[in-house]
Ligand binder design. Structure first.
Ligand SMILES: NC(=O)c1ccc[n+]([C@@H]2O[C@H](COP(=O)([O-])OP(=O)(O)OC[C@H]3O[C@@H](n4cnc5c(N)ncnc54)[C@H](OP(=O)(O)O)[C@@H]3O)[C@@H](O)[C@H]2O)c1
Length: 225
């Protein structure tokens, strides 16, 4: 499967790429094609030097965001909340009809009290709803991975031991997304509901970061018990 990562040059992009390169063709996207290609090469070098190199059946390459969007079966929007509108405008006409779009985007900021969820404080929409509004021709949009720390995602030697909440308006895509989540050792998928409920998953991230800071916890996640 071809998994494209828009904004794949960031920390989350690295984690997704390393974790899924075992079985898939990963294409890192960037506004700067050369940057994506250089970072993809670095990731391949890391994988070749790891104890996992014999288990890698896929690969990681890089390209500009629009080319990545055109080629992908699954497209992760690994970009800041503020850039959803512009990025979607660039890619909306090239995404294939069957492409599954995944938003791990968390609208979050910080003030003197701590981290906060931007839509509540600033009267904006959740990232999941923003993506749906800006990609009106896509009916396979999934919101997921909000509470997974990039540090843990990048550490491919360690299982995650965490849950991730999934929101989508199209339950048919759950099979595909659950398969991808299942390939990340120690990560469990928990279906939450439609994209209207994406805010409930997204707002956990500032909550976790505040708890982490106040209690000196290292990259905690969420797990339902
Ligand atoms: N970091 C975490 O632990 C974590 C955890 C859960 C969820 N998330 C969410 O996952 C997403 C990605 O996180 P991240 O930490 O990897 O983000 P990031 O490093 O801040 O940004 C990822 C990429 O977005 C692209 N980008 C930056 N400004 C842009 C703009 N103006 N227009 C278009 N693209 C732009 C950049 O790629 P190019 O410059 O190469 O184009 C950058 O490498 C975010 O929405 C974040 O809220 C993060």
């Amino acid at each position: 499967m071809k998994i494209g990562i828009i904004g794949g040059t960031g920390g989350m992009g690295e984690g997704f790429a390393l974790r899924w390169s075992f079985n898939h063709e990963i294409i890192l996207g960037s506004r700067d094609k050369q940057k994506a290609q250089d970072i993809a090469k670095n990731h391949m070098d890391v994988l070749k030097g790891s104890s996992y190199h014999e288990k890698i059946n896929g690969n990681i390459s890089g390209n500009d965001n629009v080319s990545v969007a055109r080629e992908s079966d699954v497209l992760i929007l690994s970009i800041p909340y503020e850039n959803i509108q512009n990025t979607c405008k660039d890619i909306e006409n090239v995404i294939s009809e069957d492409c599954i779009i995944v938003s791990p985007i968390v609208p979050m900021s910080r003030n003197q009290s701590g981290f906060y969820y931007v839509p509540f404080v600033e009267g904006k929409k959740s990232a999941g709803v923003m993506v749906r509004e800006n990609l009106p021709n896509c009916d396979k949009i999934v919101s997921a991975f909000h509470t997974i720390s990039e540090v843990k995602l990048k550490d491919i030697e360690s299982p995650l031991n965490a849950d991730t909440f999934i929101c989508t308006d199209n339950k048919e895509v759950l099979v595909n997304i659950n398969d991808l989540i299942g390939e990340i050792e120690g990560l469990r998928s928990i279906y939450l509901g439609s994209l209207e409920l994406s805010y409930q998953a997204e707002m956990m991230t500032p909550m976790i970061l505040n708890a982490s800071k106040q209690n000196k916890l290292k990259h905690p996640g969420i797990k339902l018990v």
